[in-house]
Design a protein around this ligand. Structure first.
Ligand code: ADP
Length: 430
């Protein structure tokens, strides 16, 4: 069964006196859905919502239940569409109940008075929003969060089928956030059309069925949270590096931010530098996280599937060569490693325990040449303390350093060596 379209926008344009902000947005919303509008600061989310609610004039098509919104009287619009602003001035000392009752006046004819049913409805929404204890309090005495819940209660008391919310939980604490959004989700479940602007992408992903992403006043993505919140889209629209995962408790998509990309990522011929991290025993975990946040094209070497480094590489989507724990490294895995080594612009070797089992990895690095290797040896440590191969491992690491590998004791040192690589490295074979 196709759901009924309630709000429809086609080629919608809106803005302020001198500037068009919303540029030709087309989208429609159906009954029984909860849609989140997301996008960076200043991208036009609030302006779009204000255009939907007719707080701002717009051009293009805007229809409610198939009828042009421009033809609605203010009273008809009040019956059809509720709007929760981010905030609202409180010039008068009304009580909370008086403010919520105003929503019922919008539904009555001009000279009619409110009925007991109107009061009952307002009491019910005060209960639903958890502010019944504040009903006789002056709105001027409320905290930002309490006032935000009054604004939500007022919109609920309008009993409209379409509800527009502008960052409805920005002033709410964690438990009130989830209460308010669960309430909205419940309303969508009973057939309302809920559209909210969201700053917090994880909150939006948790409650919304659909996300619309806005950039510079244009719609750049529209789909389920899993379809819209991809690392590529977030990078393109927010300029931030994130990893996405499925929340273990909810099964919904969620984002984990990595460090911001305000720093310049060294590149080779316009593409991110290809960095192979040859680690083990958790020695590469922090480094993989750090470098992923800076946008390097990463790979990890041969890793046991129980190794922390393997878990981190998996979570960050970094390719590695997995082997079973306590198993021998096969000739096949070493061949794959040679391929990774050949492809990499730089190879980082954080000092880590080396025994006879993983010694062949060091030999692969030594045979390929030390020039692109960066060895990380923490301050106060010696190669000998990582050697569980009767001195052969320490000798191989020392050989690498004397053959021209860059050596450092800090992560800043590693980053500095990577930055020096910028554009100075000839293309590698694929
Ligand atoms: P968002 O909600 O995505 O943060 P907004 O829709 O609030 O973005 O703002 C989009 C752009 O419109 C911004 O550049 C902002 O400065 C401008 N803007 C917002 N409100 C007004 C206003 N009342 N008058 C003029 N420009 C405004």
């Amino acid at each position: 069964m196709t759901k009924k379209t309630t709000l429809n926008a086609d080629n919608l344009r809106a803005g302020y006196s001198m500037q068009e902000i919303v540029k030709s947005v087309s989208c429609s919303f159906t009954a029984g859905t909860f849609t989140g509008i997301i996008g960076p600061n200043g991208s036009g989310k609030t302006t779009l919502l204000r255009a939907f609610s007719r707080v701002l004039p717009s051009s293009g098509i805007l229809e409610l239940d198939g009828k042009p919104v421009a033809g609605f009287t203010p009273a008809e619009l009040g019956m059809a569409l509720g709007f929760v602003p981010q905030d609202e001035a409180r010039p008068f000392s009304y009580t909370v109940m008086q403010v919520v009752l105003m929503a019922r006046y919008a539904r009555t004819s001009r000279f009619a008075s409110l009925t007991p049913a109107d009061y009952a409805r307002c009491n019910a929404v005060l209960e639903e929003t958890g502010i019944v204890h504040l009903k006789d309090q002056s709105i001027r005495a409320l905290s930002g969060g309490e006032w935000q819940r009054v604004l939500i209660a007022r919109a609920l008391a309008q009993d409209t089928k379409v509800l527009l919310l502008d960052e409805p939980t920005s002033h709410l604490d964690l438990s009130h956030q989830s209460d308010a959004l669960a309430l909205m989700k419940g309303l969508a479940g009973t057939g309302s059309t809920i559209i909210g602007v969201f700053h917090d992408l994880n909150l939006a992903a948790l409650y919304c069925d659909r996300l619309i992403m806005i950039k510079d006043g244009t719609l750049v993505a529209d789909g389920t949270p899993a379809e819209v919140l991809t690392p590529e889209k977030i990078r393109e629209v927010y300029g931030a590096e994130v990893v996405t995962a499925r929340h273990p408790a909810t099964g919904r998509t969620f984002l984990m931010p990595l460090s911001s990309r305000s720093c310049k990522t060294p590149a080779r011929q316009g593409a991110p530098l290809r960095v192979l991290v040859v680690s083990g025993g958790g020695s590469g975990a922090d480094l993989l996280h750090l470098l992923a946040g800076r946008g390097y094209d990463l790979s990890a070497g041969i890793l046991a599937t129980t190794d922390t480094d393997y878990g981190v590489a998996q979570a960050l989507g970094i390719p590695s060569i997995p082997i079973l724990p306590f198993s021998q490294i096969t000739a096949h895995s070493l061949e794959k490693l040679r391929g990774m080594v050949a492809r990499a612009d730089r190879i980082i070797l954080p000092a880590h325990p080396v025994s006879a089992g993983n010694l062949p990895v060091l030999f692969v690095l030594r045979e390929t040449g030390a020039a692109k290797v960066i060895v990380h040896l923490p301050e106060g440590r010696e190669f000998a303390s990582y050697d569980f191969a009767k001195g052969v491992a320490a000798a191989a690491m020392t050989d690498l350093c004397s053959a021209g590998a860059s050596c450092t004791s800090t992560y800043d040192g590693i980053l500095a060596f990577l930055e020096q690589s910028d554009n100075n490295i000839p293309p590698q074979s694929e």
